[in-house]
Ligand binder design. Structure first.
Ligand code: UD1
Length: 417
């Protein structure tokens, strides 16, 4: 099994080109089921994207990947369509469940494996099914699969999600764009990735309006040959921003839109991180003094749960006690025991991590447990004394394109063995 070896305490400097958003590309790829010929640009070639492409291939779509151009062309000839998402593909990546909405909308039936739990919590799909039922789908759970049908097609409806979910909002939109009549959905997730999906669907002729947490959908897909460029990965951007704040003489992050991370920028500023914010770049510098802070994760525009593990590393370098409450997932502090093995002083009380800083981290052999936890270990290793060995790095490969290359170009001592 591959491991990462990182020798810490090296000053970073250089430029990192931020990849396209994985969490934007995944629902947009699922949406290509609804169209005939789609080209998607700025695709991050990470393992979750390949899993989604394999799922589309299993369903019967054809695709052409251009790694040099970071683009993929997806063609749906509507021949030999298999409206199934099998367990082997959905179990490794929960976003596989996003094909449920488009399959049901276009082909009036779908059989999609239940994704099951994962390291960070139980992660049910009840809100996805709630929305599809409101749109007229009949749904049964059979042998570990969601078996859904809408014999006469889906019908537009008005409904309100009992709580905010990114995936359920995406599945609901992807189903409603092909339903008869208008739909109004309340209490939606409004992450930039949802807005990117909406911009994509607008290119297909659907009328979608978003105001606050309400989304109105009218009209249905008109098949077109379209091209869409996905937005930058705000979580990758936030990760390297924290990396820069920890260890950079000067790090320049390019191909970005700072508007997607205003909350994060404000928090980092409050912590004393020095940044220059450009229109499509950010320069970040290591600060001599980091201040402690208390924050909590929340749905967008709140602080993202996907950056909780990374900001904890910055908190280990702050003076005093910092606190971060995880309010999205019930079990998302798997990185904490590993960080403690590197010398971090962290205690968890009622889903809030108390981080006692500043403290000196030391290299150790550690284990990656999920995507964002893994990258937090990389950040910790960059500032630790001596060598850190990170095991189970397949989690990192699910979501960070060219991580070692990007860091090596900025003078980090990192290698995969
Ligand atoms: C997406 C992101 C993930 C991020 C998460 C929260 C993708 C591919 N993944 O995941 O990186 O961490 O948003 O920002 O975009 N829930 C239910 N029932 C449901 C669905 C969700 O109870 O049917 C709960 C979840 O267990 C969780 C909360 O709602 O506690 C939010 O999850 P959700 O927003 O759905 O996350 P994902 O879409 O799975």
């Amino acid at each position: 099994m591959e491991k990462l070896l990182i020798d810490g305490k090296k000053t970073l400097s250089g430029r990192i080109n931020i990849s396209g958003s994985k969490n934007s590309a995944l629902p947009i790829l699922a949406a290509t089921i609804l169209n005939n010929h789609t080209t998607i640009k700025n695709i991050p070639f990470v393992n979750d994207i390949f899993t989604m492409l394999n799922l589309l291939k299993f369903i019967g779509l054809k695709f052409k990947v251009s790694k040099e151009k970071n683009s993929v062309e997806v063609i749906n000839l509507n021949k030999n369509i298999n409206t199934v998402a099998p367990y082997k593909l959905v179990k490794t990546m929960r976003a596989g469940v996003l094909v449920l909405g488009p399959l049901l909308a276009k082909y009036k039936k779908a059989k999609v494996s239940l994704p099951g739990g994962c390291a960070i919590g139980t992660r049910p799909v009840d809100l996805h099914l709630f929305a599809l039922k409101k749109l007229g789908a009949k749904i049964k759970i059979k042998n570990g699969y969601i078996v859904a049908s809408a014999t006469n097609g889906l019908k537009g409806a008005n409904f309100k999600f009992p709580s905010v979910s990114v995936g359920a909002t995406e599945n609901a939109i992807l189903a409603a764009v092909q339903a008869k009549g208008p739909t109004l959905i309340e209490n939606c997730a409004i992450e930039p990735e949802i807005k990117d999906l909406i911009d994509f669907l607008k290119k297909l002729g659907v009328k979608i309006k978003i105001s606050g947490r309400k989304i109105r959908i009218k009209g249905s897909i008109q098949k077109k040959k379209i091209t869409h460029k996905v937005i930058c990965d705000r979580i990758e951007l936030g990760t390297y921003l924290i990396g820069g704040a920890l260890a950079a003489k000067k790090l320049i992050l390019t191909n970005i839109n700072p508007d997607f991370i205003r909350k994060e920028i404000n928090i980092l500023k409050k912590m004393g991180v020095k940044m220059i914010i450009g229109k499509n770049y950010i320069e970040v510098y290591k600060s001599s003094k980091i201040k402690n802070i208390n924050i909590k994760t929340d749905p967008y525009p709140g602080f993202p749960t996907d950056l909780q593990a990374q900001i904890i590393i910055l908190m280990t370098q702050a003076s005093g006690i910092s606190k971060i409450k995880e309010s999205i997932f019930e079990n998302r502090f798997m990185h904490v025991p590993e960080l403690k093995r590197m010398g971090a002083k962290i205690e968890i009380y009622n889903n809030t991590a108390h981080i006692y800083g500043p403290c000196n981290l030391t290299g150790a052999e550690v284990m990656a447990t999920d995507l964002r936890a893994s990258v937090s270990l990389v950040l910790a290793a960059l500032i630790a004394d001596k060598r850190t060995k990170i095991n189970r790095i397949y989690h990192l490969d699910r979501g960070y394109q060219d991580l070692e290359k990007k860091l090596k170009n900025c003078k980090a001592l990192i290698k995969r063995v």
